[in-house]
Design a binder for this molecule. Sequence first.
Ligand code: SF4
Ligand code: SF4
Length: 427
Amino acid sequence: MRDLTFSSGGLKFDYLVTYPERTKTVPPKKIILPLKQDISKELNLVVSKGASVKAGDVIAEGNEAFLISPIDGKVIQIIENVQTHWGDTCRAIEIESFEKNIFPRDFRGDGGILKNLIQAGIIDYQEVPRSLFSKLVLAQKSKVNTIIINGLEEIISHGKYYYYLAKQISIIEQGIKSIKEIFNVDKVILALYNDYKTLDNVYDLKDLLDIDIVFLKKKYPQHHSNILVRTILKKDIPLGKTIEEVAQVSIINLETIYHLGILASGFLPYRDKVVTVIKGDIKDTELVETVIGASIKEILESLNVKIDNISKIVVNGCIGGSALTTFEYPITKDMTSIFLIYKDSEVYFEDSVCIKCGLCVDVCPMNLMPLFLYGYAQSNIWDFVEKFNVQSCIECGCCAYVCPVNIPIPQWIKYAKANLKNKRSDT
Ligand code: SF4
Ligand code: SF4
């Protein structure tokens, strides 16, 4: 993955965003649904092993959150200790599917739009997945008056948002109407990469819904919430503060808007879940339509990918994404892309010494000094790691990407953050 070029304050990518022509539909034979679909608490199961479920049935619930079955099927087991890709574990429910196809299923919920949104378990994914309802609560507390719809994909997930805007525009329209109504805001800004200027649908949305559209230069990590707020509103988010508090803005993903649009159109969200599969090279991508819970292994097999040749799977972006430990991992609500790293292209980091070239400093979008952060973390000098603002690091990975001696700087930064957290809890 060397398609990005150096640029001050981030990485440049020059290729055109297009969506893959082929969309493969994979109706899964079984699904696995972790009882944590976002970073809040694990939900309580309301069905047991052997139960028959229908698409739209509540299968787990918690405080203002539900998990509904996306398919008709039978609960075959409850699995303990499933790893989530944002770093914790939970139980999961495995359902054998009775369905042979993916077609929209009605879902009207029990109440108004807000109740339906909670019931449908809509989440929003920025840096971590959160329930959309919890974002709404935060927005109300902070008197949010503007929504920025983040239509900037982390570079290699590209294709999917283009697909939504080119092919699913009426669903997106419904989703934008719903978010305006739910958050009670007048101002909506849709942020897109420059490439999307060629899409007539986008201008129709602007006229029809009276929203602003900003076209931004393609740069990594332009999609990151803090960077987006800095670019559009010229505001920095200080440590410990939320975007909502500082800028009275909520950032909502285009993917979330899509699922809200499905819900507002009277259908079950996450029933069709589109993910981009990148087969080692961003020019070799396929869009796959499936449902949440489908196993990544089943999807790869349906694309005739030889699993034996793959050394690692990274989800939600190759630079800032998370590596999975198993092919059996399910598609989750927040998942946008699956990046395959083949055995013959895997990069191993050997111990190396910083040559003080300064490239990492130049490329860091948060204006940090990555070489010092890594140096002090490696030497366990925590006061200095803090002094150089380690907590402001957004873990984008630009520094490691440009480092000529391949120092895994973000890994050292994660290590430093974890140590500082432990130190604080000890005192
Ligand atoms: S130090 Fe952090 S924010 Fe800066 S480039 Fe490295 S990973 Fe990104
Ligand atoms: S890019 Fe790598 S070698 Fe260059 S200063 Fe940063 S850490 Fe050192």
